[in-house]
Design a protein around this ligand. Structure first.
Ligand code: GLN
Length: 221
């Protein structure tokens, strides 16, 4: 079967592993550089991109992952994983020395973190997802894509009836969502063999996004 890795330094690793396993893939939890070798594809889970950035660098995974992506490894990034796949982060977090968080890159787009607000602003909508159909999608501190390049295909946008966000954020000013108008925002993209979604299919038991990713790996989509 296909060997599909799940980057396992942080985030909802088990949920992705379970869906890939159910889809018949041989799942590899990736924590060391050598575990990248021989993969047919890789999933970068939802979680916290600043932590993933820090840990992938600490475990010497960041550069091998960049090389693998440049060499054509199919990768699916969900939420924080979408941030990791973006060439540019609009509002990177900074560490104590003021250094911005880094992504791995691969998709010619800018992502805006926490664009829809924080945890308590989480919402669910139904998306019209190209090639998949109606997909219920949960957004939790989700990023959105801006400035996508010509090579990037937009697969889904938030619908026109996406809930308006509380203007100041439910948790006070520091929770303020970056965008008030949540309709028509880019929340799923594909660029070659790289796939990214702002939302978490792994938390709703949705399997079709992973099925699409497996078809991308096989060259069938
Ligand atoms: N806001 C998170 C980040 O910046 C992503 C949220 C998520 O993956 N649920 O990484």
């Amino acid at each position: 079967g296909l060997r599909v890795g799940v980057l396992a330094v942080q985030g909802d690793v088990r949920e992705h592993a379970a869906i890939l396993d159910a889809a018949g893939a041989d799942v590899v939890l990736v924590r060391r550089p050598r575990e990248i070798d021989g993969l047919d594809g890789l999933v970068i889970p939802g979680g916290e991109s600043t932590t993933m950035d820090r840990l992938t660098r600490a475990f010497d995974l960041a550069d091998p992952l960049r090389t693998a992506i440049a060499d054509g490894l199919p990768v699916y990034g969900s939420c924080a994983g979408m941030i990791m796949l973006a060439d540019r982060i609009a509002d990177p977090a900074r560490d104590r020395r003021g250094d911005p968080q880094r992504s791995l890159g691969g998709i010619d787009m800018t992502v805006r973190r926490n664009a829809f607000g924080r945890q308590r602003d989480s919402f669910e909508v139904t998306l019209d997802f190209t090639g998949v159909g109606a997909v219920p999608a949960v957004f939790i501190r989700a990023p959105l894509a801006e400035d996508v390049g010509d090579a990037v295909e937009v697969l889904a946008r938030t619908p026109s009836d996406a809930p308006a966000q509380h203007p100041e954020g439910l948790g006070g000013p520091s929770d303020a969502p970056v965008v008030r108008d949540t309709a028509g925002r880019i929340v799923a993209v594909r660029s070659g063999r790289l796939l990214a979604t702002s939302f978490h299919p792994e938390v709703t038991g949705e399997r079709r996004i992973h099925d699409l990713f497996i078809r991308i790996i096989r060259g069938e989509a």
